[in-house]
Design a protein around this ligand. Sequence first.
Ligand code: PHE
Length: 359
Amino acid sequence: MPSSSRCGRPSACRSRPRSRKAVPTVSLDAFLAEIESLRADAVAALGVVADEASLEQARIEFLGAKSGRLKSIQKMLGGLSVAERPAAGKHFNDAKQAITAALEAAQGRLAGTAAEADAIDVTLPGDPLRLGHLHPITQTIRRVQEIMSRLGFESVDGPEVEDQWHNFEALAIGAEHPARDPLDNFYLAVARGADPLLLRSQTSTVQIRVMEQRKPPLRIVSLGRVYRPDTADATHYPMFHQVEGLLVEQGTTMAHLKSVLRLFASSFLGGDVHVRFRPSFFPFTEPSVEVDMEWGGRWIEMGGAGMVDPAVLAAVGYDPDQVSGFAFGLGVERIAARRYGVADIRDFYRNDVRFLEQF
Ligand code: PHE
């Protein structure tokens, strides 16, 4: 009888003819010894595998379908007497289960190690978040509001989509005025027969909205977007921002207007700023002026201003004999560009972080 250990090795078995008849007879004791030593070897080996390659190697050695050690022992079952086979089969199945369990445990252990390697280490310092800041135009708007509030001007808002009354008519811009030209405004598509609507072309609309709602005395500023179909260049953009100021009180004069503008400009730009008025025309102010400011030796045109036209006061139900007022409108991009030394207002809207980071 060949020793059972000879057949315990796949190489030994493989060298034998593969016919049923050729299965050597084996005793139950020998079989059990063989299966127990396999179980011990396998559990020990699988218990210490440390990487995928050695796990696979162990799997093939013990559980390989063709020439694994378990397979060789399975073949030995045929060499047992029929009476011994049920007991031997049970041991065989137990051992197979134990080895499979050890394999699965090893697989789980390695997967766990891999997951651990991928896991976030919460004790490491994090990637710092890149914090942004307010856009320079928003910063400018807030700064203007803050300075004007110190001069007693309340900040108010108005809609960007306007009707003709607020954008033109109440401001004494008549039906024939070129400022109403469709080519100079963004009119919106409205239902046939409905009143025309447009993106407001100036913040003077807010003067009307506030005066319609309230009685004098009034001191308000309104800062917001306005729209004109201009071709973008260094000083124009189809969307830009204006500061609108309005003061209506008994006895208001151009001297008050100039003082407020000068105080504002000195606070905003810092230092001594000169304000110059040049005669001009706006339908809703009389007299009307262009406002220039000199700062650091340069004069810049900042916007328009004037005394509120009596026709406008009447349009909102005020008595022009009782109150007077002044209004001004300045370009936010212009004063921001002046303050920060920006040569091209398009830079404000290019969204280039390298530009925006500087403010
Ligand atoms: N709304 C005028 C403009 O857009 C500016 C302005 C405002 C002029 C208030 C006078 C008074 O050009």
